[in-house]
Design a protein around this ligand. Sequence first.
Ligand code: ZN
Ligand code: ZN
Ligand code: ZN
Length: 236
Amino acid sequence: MQKLERKSYRDAVFVQDFLTRCGSGTICAQCVSQKKRNESSNVVCLFKDCKGGTKSYCPHFHRCFICDAPHSCEKLCRLSRGNGEHCIALVDAIRPNFLLLDFDRTLASTKSGGSPLPKKTARSRIKEDYMHSIDSELKIAVFAQQAFGESHVVTRNSHKKEIEDFLRMHGLSDLAANVHVVPKKMAKGAFIRENFLASQDKNCIFVDDDIRELSNDPWLWSSKQVHRLLFVRAFL
Ligand SMILES: [Zn+2]
Ligand SMILES: [Zn+2]
Ligand SMILES: [Zn+2]
């Protein structure tokens, strides 16, 4: 299969080349890519340097969830991409038994397993206004979810105690009682299946900013019990 260079895709020369071959009148780069997609039977992304695998590609609409963002295929892939507002809409539409939230760069502004609380050293106390933030819309989603079922944090950040304190500080004491640290070598998908969806009649919305967590586990992407949201956080 012919793969596209990201550069040539936007390149006028490429479009010209296409025009010459198909002999059509006027066509823009977007139409070229649309035409290529419609004609393709691809199951992977058109771009050579795409970091996503086959499971971040929607075969129904020929769209990559990463490169062609924003793309959502809520009915067939059960994967969409969006922010906290989108999460609230999903909760209202799906009314899941479980709302499962990643922590770092999703519910909170932390990254790479760092503590959400300021370090208790003399130096950082000086700039004590420094504090990680919570995504206010995901927080609303957690409250909305109370009407339908439970919310849980499913994270690889090992600062369990600090995360619990952080959530309590933000008025989410119920959620603070539901913080799970996924073991290092375990896929989040396997963890979710074992801990939440062992029963076939339960379902969940799983929100994570990392496409790998959302797509690596075969059960996770194939199960009709799971709706996945690739989270895009608006950092303030
Ligand atoms: Zn056009
Ligand atoms: Zn799809
Ligand atoms: Zn891609």
